[in-house]
Design a protein around this ligand. Structure first.
Ligand code: BES
Ligand code: MN
Ligand code: ZN
Length: 498
């Protein structure tokens, strides 16, 4: 993994080396252990705060280099604002990690607020946030900038009241962060390296955690009749793949929960080719599949007591002499025929076959698909919320709650017969676009719904706006976000573990 942080927990009283990070509220108040640690530098902090007009507002900080009276190289005072308004400790950990220059190779976070030490879960969240923020994808940089730590090795100690309890709490969530970072690695990887066969090969590491991994090549999918998926990949020099991952941590024989990911390793648009601007972003058109892989890795590594399956459809959408044409009609695995109107509406074609296959083979308790499916969802929701479509209110409510809890938020969008009509085809059972740009995310969801058995609770998450992001945020300074791994792990934890 790129840019790993060595993370440990220690007692609140331990002397710190390197950078010392402490928290204060908007009254510049510190907790008792923190006051003790700062000790001789307390007066210096007060004076520095005054001249910097630092008041402890949330998100603000005061940075003191080699503060007189302390042995540390740096004292970073981080403002939390009003204690009552602070809830998300993952975000706090990330924000504070972001304040430290990468050259600060050794740091201690004092997990204490003015009203006392963080509990074990909060301290573990702080540590998770720091790891998320520390991740960088710099595998292809051969020259280091000044800001980079030598060898990229950073160590972080979180000083807590109860070391054993914090270690336990963190241990239970560590695998989830590993899963997020694995998903980010996949999203960030360029498409000349990560084509369908290579993506499939990389899922092989999940076997080490006890996941059964099956890879289907073109021939195997031809046998299954997955012509909707195969049509998308037929213009590429790289053959398509499907990967099925199974984790059985639940009761023997109990129906699994199912996660399905769109894995378009690169989306040129095909014959309906995209314009050049930002086309490079389409290396991330497999963010749904990356999330499913990261999630399966997380569930297995933390030995989640659930039966779960993850399926990803892997293709490359290219224009070529053998590429699919607008007007072509393909027969999907379900038997329904599809008229291709626009070869750039390819994700739904991939999902049609994989969703159908997942339902037939596994009869899951529910199905959730994730896909960077439409530009239209970005127009609707921007990059803050993913679009959610569901045929089931309970599943929808649970996802909404898990989203609020993790900060990976979803906003429910409508499904309705009037939208469904828009994808009726003159020549086949269904066509792959709604014919106009209006409601583009909805007609895409309606398309997938035609391949879903309504007896199975199903949710479709359109993550075109959240799967990757050029802006930095508190928990991610890379591009691929690994969005969805924490959300879906939380959903499983809250409702589906025995
Ligand atoms: N992968 C794109 C959607 C996308 C766009 C994801 C921007 C992330 C960022 C998808 O395959 C696509 O091209 N959708 C078309 C559908 C249209 C042709 C009906 C779109 O949204 O324009
Ligand atoms: Mn497309
Ligand atoms: Zn696409």
């Amino acid at each position: 993994m790129t840019n790993a942080v060595k993370l440990g927990f220690g007692p609140l009283s331990a002397p710190a080396k390197g950078s010392l990070v402490v928290f204060c509220d908007d009254g510049l108040k510190f907790g008792p252990a923190t006051r003790k640690l700062i000790g001789a530098a307390a007066d210096l902090v007060q004076r520095a705060a005054k001249s910097e007009r630092f008041t402890g507002k949330a998100g603000s900080s005061l940075d003191l280099i080699h503060p007189e009276g302390l042995k540390v190289a740096r004292l970073l005072v981080a403002g939390i604002g009003k204690r009552s308004e602070l809830k998300d400790f993952v975000r706090l950990g990330g924000a504070v990690m972001g304040k430290l220059p990468k050259a600060a190779s050794e740091a201690t976070f004092v997990a204490e607020l003015p009203d006392g030490p963080l509990d074990a879960q909060q301290a573990a969240d702080l540590a998770q946030g720091a790891r998320l923020r520390a991740y960088a994808f710099d595998r292809y940089k051969t020259r280091r900038t000044n800001d980079d730590a030598k060898g990229d090795k950073r160590s972080l100690t979180v000083a807590v009241a109860d070391v054993a309890a914090a270690r336990r709490a963190y241990g239970a969530r560590e695998a989830v962060i590993d899963g997020v970072l694995m998903a980010r690695d996949l999203v960030n990887e360029p498409a000349n390296v990560l084509y369908p066969a290579e993506f499939a090969r990389r899922t092989g590491v999940l076997r080490k955690a006890g996941v059964a991994v099956e890879v289907f090549d073109v021939k195997a999918m031809e046998k299954l009749g997955m012509n909707a998926l195969l049509g998308v990949g037929q213009g590429s020099a790289h053959g398509s793949r499907m990967v099925v991952m199974r984790w059985n941590g639940g009761k023997k024989g109990e129906a699994p929960v199912a996660f399905i990911g769109k894995g378009v390793c690169f989306d040129t648009g095909g014959i309906s080719i995209k314009p050049a601007a930002s086309m490079e972003d389409m290396k991330g058109d497999m963010a749904g599949a990356a999330c499913v892989v990261g999630l399966m890795q997380a569930l297995a590594a933390r030995k989640a007591r659930v039966n779960a399956v993850g399926l990803v459809g892997l293709v490359e959408n290219m224009p070529d002499g053998n590429a699919q044409r607008p007007g072509d009609i393909v027969k999907s695995m379900s038997g329904q025929t599809i008229e291709i109107i626009n070869t750039d509406a390819e994700g739904r074609l991939v999902l049609a076959d994989v969703v159908w296959y997942a339902a037939q083979r596994f009869k899951p308790k529910f199905m959730i698909d994730l896909a960077t499916l439409t530009g239209a969802i970005i127009v609707a929701l921007g990059q803050e919320y993913a679009g959610m479509f569901a045929n089931n209110d309970e599943l929808s409510a649970r996802l909404t709650t898990a989203g609020e809890e993790t900060g990976e938020k979803v906003w429910r969008m409508p499904l309705a017969a009037e939208y469904d009509k828009m994808i009726d085809s003159k020549f086949a059972d269904v066509k792959n676009t709604g014919g106009s740009r209006w409601g583009g995310a909805i007609t895409a969801a309606q398309f997938i719904k035609r391949f879903v058995d309504d007896k199975i609770p199903w949710a479709h998450l359109d993550i075109a706006g959240t799967g990757f992001d050029s802006r930095q945020n508190d928990v991610n300074r890379s591009w691929g976000s690994g969005w969805g791994v924490r959300l879906l792990d939380r959903l499983v934890t809250d409702h589906y573990e025995r």
